[in-house]
Unconditional design. Structure first.
Length: 239
């Protein structure tokens, strides 16, 4: 009881002497100075005026300082140009399981789109459908939220089915917008000597997409080939 009375006395003294409220402190340094923990059960409202209620923010937002004498504001991660990972996928299968895709068997490899195959990720470790969707049958990504996307795939080719004299060639991997029109966004082409049994490509691309746009990862090789294990991560940036 004596401790409570002391706290009450200190509280009253702080109001009288400083026109400031101090809790567990006789010398408050602000309008309300709490020397201890703070528990908020419901909303935390910031801003507002003497006659209006402040803003409690939206789910997932964080509180950011707005400088001295200014109310803090609620902000989203996207608004501060942070990367938001919206898709993480893996390819753990060799496609097709037996046999191989037919290569172009001629050069230049870049002129033979009919021999290209879409790299399909059979495992979606993470996907945020508010930003994009993924079709595991066609390998097509469909954009659900307008903005910039950072696309980073890792691709591997398996050439072990090819005999002697049938492994040397050129590999071409690329990130391709499919709709509204077919456009290559990023590409990598490498040449390989005889008895190359496997190869890998790393690509990256940052591009603006509208809602409904589609894109995919495409691959081809001058010799017969299979597409083996790989992965991809896609991040969203502020428009």
């Amino acid at each position: 009881m004596r401790k409570k009375l002391l706290y009450m006395a200190l509280f009253a003294m702080s109001i009288i002497s400083n026109a400031q409220v101090g809790i567990l402190t006789p010398t408050p340094q602000s309008s309300l100075h709490v020397n201890g923990s703070l528990q908020v059960v419901k909303d935390l409202n910031v801003g507002g005026t003497a006659n209006t209620r402040g803003n409690s923010g939206n789910r997932g937002e964080f509180l950011m300082s707005n400088g001295t004498d200014n109310a803090p504001v609620w902000r989203s991660i996207e608004s501060e140009n942070f990367l938001k990972v919206v898709f993480v996928g893996n390819k753990t299968t060799i496609s097709p399981g037996s046999g191989s895709y037919t290569g172009t068997h001629s050069t230049p490899v870049s002129t033979h789109e009919n021999y290209s195959q879409t790299y399909v990720y059979n495992i979606s470790n993470k996907i945020d459908n508010a930003y994009l969707t993924y079709n595991t049958s066609t390998g097509l990504f469909t954009v659900a939220k307008q903005g910039y996307y950072n696309i980073v795939p890792y691709i591997t080719y398996d050439l072990n089915l090819n005999g002697n004299g049938y492994t040397a060639g050129t590999a071409n991997s690329y990130i391709q917008r499919v709709s509204p029109s077919t456009v290559t966004l990023s590409a990598l082409s490498t040449g390989h000597g005889e008895r190359t049994t496997g190869l890998n490509h790393n690509l990256s691309s940052i591009n603006f997409f509208n809602v409904g746009d589609t894109f995919r990862i495409r691959c081809r090789y001058t010799q017969d080939f299979r597409l083996s294990s790989g992965n991809i991560h896609i991040s969203y940036l502020t428009p």
